[in-house]
Write a protein of this length. Structure first.
Length: 354
């Protein structure tokens, strides 16, 4: 592996108050860059001061959205050390996303080394207030200056980071979600299982409509039958129904979340029956109306574990667990974040010290 060159910023930025962090507005001092050119492969890994790129206006990413991204976090443990959570899983998923978007995959070992090297350089940016972390956003863009619709021959892999608090304004308080009936986010055979910008662009209109009605986010239905629930824009979803855990199966249009995978491993270890399967909106709302839906929550890197307190669908509106966080949701949150922040032992080997 080529050595990562480091060019440090001449002037460091002022750090924000860690008590007032939101999500995704503040960025640290440095970024990681890696180039790809056909014939040369991925080359020239470097860490440079955070700043704008110069790109040709005809760069393919602007026109045909040949782009993929990832999201992971670095956490400050009580002894002051910094740790990552399952970074190799993000590297693997980005390689899968690249494959779907015809982008040459970034070698997985290089992805993890690059994340570690960048977080080491900006380690002072990892906040230590409860509930805060350093969000890490790796992404690849197609840079060929060309308007022909084909795979680009050149790419840029970049990683930026920034300190974050809760993704939702509600924090750990339950969010309201709305089942979208008109727009669809993804279909089987499309890009739904990847993290590509286009999936998120397609979700914005329904998200705005939901927000106008007082909901935090949209719960997507499958794009073919329009009846099976899939995921919320920024998280996977899980439900406790009659003591069992049900969650939408990964059918190709649902993101294979790393927090989702971790929660399912925890739940199975705790002895819960877990069903990954198709779930209709009708089944979900029937369970809620008959009192069988005990808890509902979302899982995601940014969203962590977010309790769902209310759900709307057409003219229906249901409140889950009296609008309060449920005991299993709280246990998942405490266990997962305990491992992530290094306050609980990590029997799974999920955390990676810098
Ligand atoms: C993440 O959870 O890391 C994501 O990429 C979701 C994004 C919508 C914030």
């Amino acid at each position: 592996m080529e050595e990562i060159k480091i060019q440090r910023a001449a002037k460091l930025k002022e750090k924000p108050d860690p008590k007032t962090l939101g999500f995704g507005k503040i960025f640290s001092d440095h970024m990681f860059l890696l180039d790809y050119h056909a014939g040369q492969g991925w080359h020239d890994p470097r860490i440079v001061p955070y700043g704008p790129f110069m790109l040709d206006p005809s760069a393919m990413v602007f026109h045909y959205a040949q782009e993929v991204f990832e999201g992971l976090k670095a956490y400050r443990a009580p002894d002051g050390s910094v740790q990552l959570f399952r970074p190799a899983d993000n590297a693997r998923r980005m390689a899968d996303s690249c494959d779907r978007l015809c982008i040459p995959p970034v070698p997985e070992e290089l992805f993890v080394e690059a994340v570690k090297a960048l977080v080491k350089v900006d380690a002072d940016w990892v906040p230590n207030e409860p509930g805060t972390s350093l969000y890490i956003r790796p992404f690849v863009i197609a840079t060929d200056a060309s308007l022909g619709v084909h795979a680009s021959h050149s790419y840029l892999f970049c990683i930026i980071t920034g300190p974050v608090g809760a993704y939702y304004a509600e924090g750990i308080n339950p969010v309201k979600i709305y089942v979208e009936n008109d727009d669809v986010r993804a279909v089987k055979g499309g890009t739904g299982y990847t993290k590509c910008g286009g999936n998120y662009a397609a979700s914005i209109r329904a998200g705005e409509r939901a927000e106008e009605q007082g909901y935090a986010q949209v719960l997507w239905l499958d794009g073919v039958h329009r009846k099976y629930i899939e995921e919320v824009g920024s998280m996977n979803v899980m439900f406790k129904v009659d003591g069992k855990i049900i969650t939408p199966a990964l059918t190709g249009s649902v993101l294979p979340g790393i927090t989702r995978r971790s929660c399912l491993e925890l739940l199975r270890d705790w002895g819960y029956a877990v069903e990954e399967r198709l779930i209709t909106a009708e089944e979900l709302f029937d369970a809620a109306e008959s009192g069988k839906l005990e808890e509902a929550w979302g899982t995601g890197t940014a969203a962590v574990i977010s309790p769902i307190g209310e759900m709307g669908w057409k003219d229906k509106h249901v409140v889950v667990n009296g609008g309060e966080i449920g005991s299993l949701t709280q246990k998942l949150y405490d266990t997962l974040t305990g491992i992530q922040w290094g306050v609980e032992p990590d029997p799974y080997g999920w955390t990676v010290k810098l």
